[in-house]
Design a protein around this ligand. Structure first.
Ligand code: HEM
Length: 581
């Protein structure tokens, strides 16, 4: 018997051509994965990514098609899942922050250090403004937006407390605006604005935790390998918000006085650095590790991860993070170094357990799809492994400037080489699924990859060499930030357009009207049919969202049957609107 479905057909093609298969997708909880019913993902990849056995699934789809149902059953979909765009404002704002008060500002400061011939010329206040805006505004917002969208889908439920989720966005946004505005106003004395921003961030982190916990609670899905990481990440997010607020309360109360204008109005670097480590390694790394444990084998077609090892890693890694708090409180450098040593070793061990650098298993060799995300994810983990090694070199030197350069290079490797690289890689794969659109430009993706790697590699390399205090090397490192900003701008444009564009109608054109076309396919190709359908009693046809979502799962004949509209009488009117009579 000839097959209707093949491994390279996209989910969208299957649902458009065979709307009767929608119920099989729904049975596996795979119907609403993005804005539309059905992303442009090949079936073989889609099933592997969702842990569904392809052959079995394809057989069920074939059975649904060959059954040739007289009428296609209406599928009930929770309206909150249709056209869900909650992630968009988080991601768009994160992109704006990254290329303004975040990376661009960082690049200007780096340029100043380059021209000044030393990193010591930088104001700590400015760096702390850049660091907190980047961590909370770029990475924090991005992760929150992503998770509000994927958590309900991962767990087969709906987002609990959607209004609260929106509120958490406005809290973070207000904190970012306050940082950007008052940083320039409060130039002298002890600043209040970081404390206010910190309290707003902490409120947002608490809401994020509450919304995610409630969503998890209403899910009947079994616990996955990623869940502990995600939970720990949320808790670290809240803890680091509280720590940031306490540090800035102390700053406001005058606990860190200084006559040096480069230091005045800032938290002491050893305390700020502890906060940076907890935010990054506690909140951000846990999230990335969780998602990687779940997705790497399907996204990279690599062997299954070593689950037992990863479960053990989770505990030792998270317990070791407490060392950063203890070393900051006691100021005992040995504890800091021991923590660094443990974190580096456990994380290398985790990367090996992910099996990310092993050969492909070849399950998806025959599948035609965009694979740009793979290099971002692999190279990102490579930068993480290297950056941990660079941080460890601090153990072998007593020179404070060399230690500063090694720490700065390692931090940049974590934040840009690993975190930003992974954010871009996962966005390339997942945002097209969220939006139902293909990635706008593959060429821009490649430019982003190379610019980011050249910028990050030269920043790390020349920052380490800056330990020699050579002014020429400082000048070179001073320019590298602009390469990374350019990379992030290209990424931002690419993702922005991907999120907002309306994909052109690309299905096979309808030549002859039979009634078996989906409402969506017909109205997309012949928009003049829309008023005809409305007049016939299909009031909701003018709602573009419903037309694009539910309209994909129902044929004209079936819709007439349900609305008790006489198909025979309607057919000539539709043909007239199509210009066919
Ligand atoms: C174009 C990209 C970037 C440039 C040019 C840049 C530049 C800088 C510079 C010059 C410093 C001061 C380094 C020092 O004093 O040793 C710094 C620190 C910092 N950056 Fe960036 N940065 C960039 C991207 C990022 C990103 C994406 C993040 C976060 C995800 C980030 C987070 C931080 C943090 C947290 C610090 C403070 C570290 C500490 O004091 O412990 N930066 N950055």
């Amino acid at each position: 018997m000839a097959k209707h479905i093949d491994r390279n057909m996209t989910v969208k093609e299957v649902l458009d051509q065979y709307p009767e298969t929608a119920k099989v997708f729904q049975k596996y909880n795979l119907l609403i994965v993005g804005k539309s019913c059905g992303p442009h993902e090949p079936m073989a990849f889609f099933t592997k990514a969702h842990g569904v056995e392809y052959e079995q699934f394809a057989q069920e789809l074939e059975a649904a098609i060959t059954a040739k149902p007289e009428k296609i059953e209406a599928i009930e979909i929770d309206p909150s899942l249709i056209g869900d765009t909650i992630y968009q404002k988080f991601i768009k704002t994160a992109l704006i922050v990254s290329v303004t008060t975040g990376c661009l500002y960082g690049a200007i400061k780096l340029f100043e250090a380059g021209m000044g011939g030393s990193f010591d010329v930088l104001s700590k206040r400015a760096i702390q403004m850049h660091g907190s805006s980047q961590l909370v505004g770029w990475v924090g917002l991005y992760i929150m937006g992503f998770f509000y969208f994927i958590l309900p889908r991962l767990k087969g439920t709906t987002l609990a407390g959607r209004r609260w989720a929106h509120l958490s966005f406005y809290l973070v946004l207000s904190g970012l605006v306050i940082r950007a505005l008052f940083y320039n106003i409060e130039q002298t004395g002890t600043p209040l604005y970081p404390l206010v921003a910190g309290l707003l961030d902490t409120g947002a982190a608490a809401i994020f935790l509450g919304v995610c916990l409630k969503t998890l609670k209403q899910s009947a899905e079994p616990k996955g390998i990623q869940d502990n990481f995600l939970l720990a990440g949320m808790v670290w997010f809240l803890i680091s918000g509280i720590i940031y607020s306490i540090l800035n309360l102390q700053l406001y109360l005058g606990a860190f006085p200084s006559d040096n204008p480069l230091i005045a109005g800032s938290v002491p670097p050893y305390l700020f650095s502890a906060w940076v480590h907890l935010f990054l390694m506690g909140f951000v790394f846990n999230f990335i590790f969780g998602i990687s444990s779940k997705t790497v084998p399907s996204f990279l077609d690599t062997p299954p991860v070593r689950e037992g090892m990863i479960k053990k890693f989770f505990w030792v890694y998270n317990i070791s993070l407490i060392g950063y708090v203890v070393s900051a409180l006691t100021r005992i450098q040995a504890i800091y170094f021991l923590t660094l040593l443990l974190i580096a070793h456990f994380t290398w061990f985790f990367i090996l357990s992910l099996r990310i650098f092993e050969r492909r298993v070849g399950d998806l060799d025959d599948v035609r799809m965009d694979r740009n995300h793979e290099r971002f994810i692999r190279v990102g983990y490579g930068w993480l492994a290297v950056s941990l090694g660079i941080a460890l070199f601090q153990l072998f030197t007593d020179d404070p400037y060399t230690q500063h350069m090694l720490r700065g290079a390692a931090n940049h490797g974590y934040t840009v080489g690993f975190v930003s690289m992974l954010m871009i890689g996962y966005s390339m794969k997942m945002l097209p699924v969220f939006t139902g659109n293909r990635i706008w430009s593959s060429a821009l993706t490649k430019w982003t990859f190379w610019l980011l790697n050249i910028g990050n590699g030269s920043r790390i390399g020349f920052e380490i060499l800056s330990a020699t205090k050579d002014p020429t090397i400082h000048q070179i490192v001073g320019f590298t930030g602009f390469l990374e900003v350019a990379a992030l701008v290209l990424f931002g444009v690419n993702i922005w357009v991907t999120m907002t564009k309306e994909e052109a109608y690309e299905e096979r054109p309808i030549v002859e009207f039979t009634g078996n076309e989906t409402v969506y396919a017909l109205t997309e190709q012949f928009p003049r049919v829309i008023p005809v359908l409305k007049e016939a009693g299909f009031e909701k046809i003018t709602n573009p969202l419903l037309r694009k979502t539910l309209g994909r799962a129902i044929t004209i004949r079936k819709a007439c049957e349900e609305q008790k509209v006489d198909f025979k009488a309607l057919k000539p009117k539709i043909e007239l609107a199509m210009g066919k009579s």
